[in-house]
Design a binder for this molecule. Structure first.
Ligand code: ZN
Length: 370
């Protein structure tokens, strides 16, 4: 057990590719490779009487499918996969759902919003970024039109990295908040969060004191919470903060099994840390908005480093998410100027009492897709 950031990590390392590690009776952990700085995604297996359930599936890359076949032949005790659960619709979670459900003719379980968003994005790629909605969205954020060309190139490159949306199974079984899945000896309760994705399913087992958290609760890295051109006035950070309040009810002695980094204890400490992180980001933005600000010019408030076009897209989406929650809280207002660009201005007369300019750090990490 090692400690970091007030969290306790009972495992030092991830299981090697192609192997599984038992976390508790009937619960196994495995990883699949991912390109880039994340390097891996954690997936989990739950043992039922007649076979195994898979929780999340990895990217739709050939080497991930190969590792899965290694697992099927060596790690399952000759039992089949009987169900696939995807916590949410991002490509590293759903990439092999079609392959596994085809191979075993077993159902896919997802929440309704995640399943249908995955299917619709699988058909449209990144095209919404270059539509007129995308043009308006980036223009209003202060980006030059050339940026849309850079984005189009980026989406092309991403599809060759296996990061584009894969084909989805043509049907699914719906998961809903509070639903109980009985798997083997254990009851797993579906706990739905939102903000990182529309209707993200976590699984909680009270008997084992384990939560499989997907990207809803991660240690170390901060999940991306972004506004996109598909819903330019969305307020996902409100959903995210509300979800954190809801997940604070998770018992303090729960072992959290996240999709990235290592399993950890300290769920409430982590959630409180994330709430104060976003509150601090919002205050830093609010202080900057004493003068009218364009979304693009607020990026250095959130990210200290230079950003490439893809990171810029993530960072801009996050900045706008923070701006929209500040608007919702009546702390800033937005106006559309003649140049077609939004300006944001602080309107809270109490800001000077709350402000502590110079005390915010722009972290040196880059925005992450998870
Ligand atoms: Zn995700």
């Amino acid at each position: 057990m090692h400690e970091q950031d007030n969290l306790n990590y009972p495992y030092e390392d991830h299981p090697a590719a192609g192997t599984t590690l038992e976390i508790a009776p009937g619960v196994r952990w495995l990883t699949m490779p991912m390109p880039g700085s994340l390097s891996h995604i954690n997936l989990y297996l739950l043992e039922d009487k007649s076979g195994w359930w898979v929780v999340d599936t990895g990217l739709s890359l050939p080497n991930v499918a190969e590792w899965w076949h290694e697992i099927f032949s060596k790690e399952l005790g000759n039992k089949p996969i009987v169900g696939v659960i995807c916590t949410h619709m991002h490509p590293d979670h759903i990439g092999q759902a079609a392959m596994i459900t085809e191979e075993f003719r077993c159902p896919l379980y997802m929440t309704r919003a995640e399943y249908y968003q995955a299917r619709s994005f699988a058909n449209s790629g990144g095209s919404h970024h270059s539509s007129w909605l995308g043009q308006d969205f980036y223009t209003r954020a202060g980006m030059p039109l050339e940026y849309l060309e850079q984005l189009a190139k980026m989406w092309e490159a991403r599809s060759s990295e296996g990061m584009s949306m894969p084909t989805m199974p043509s049907g699914y079984e719906r998961l809903t908040d509070g639903q109980i899945l009985t798997i083997g000896e254990h009851d797993w309760r579906v706990v739905v969060g939102s903000g990182h994705s529309p209707e993200h399913a976590c699984l909680y087992c009270a008997a084992l004191k384990i939560m499989i958290s997907g990207d809803q609760i991660l240690p170390v890295i901060t999940s991306n919470v972004s506004v996109h051109p598909t819903e330019p006035n969305a307020n996902p950070l409100k959903d995210w903060m509300d979800s954190h309040d809801k997940f604070l009810n998770t018992p303090a002695d729960t072992l959290v099994l996240p999709a990235h980094n290592l399993p950890f204890y300290g769920v409430r400490e982590r959630l409180r840390g994330l709430i104060s992180h976003h509150d601090d980001r919002m205050l830093a933005i609010e202080e900057a908005c004493i003068e009218p600000q364009v979304a693009k010019d607020l990026l250095p408030v959130l990210f200290a480093r230079e950003l490439d076009p893809r990171q810029m897209m993530m960072a801009l989406g996050e900045a706008i998410a923070h701006l929209h929650l500040l608007m919702h809280r009546n702390r800033i207002e937005r106006s559309l100027h003649e140049d077609g660009v939004f300006r944001f201005l602080s309107i809270d007369p109490d800001l000077s009492r709350r402000a502590h300019p110079g005390a915010h750090d722009a972290p040196d990490d880059s925005p992450v897709m998870v």
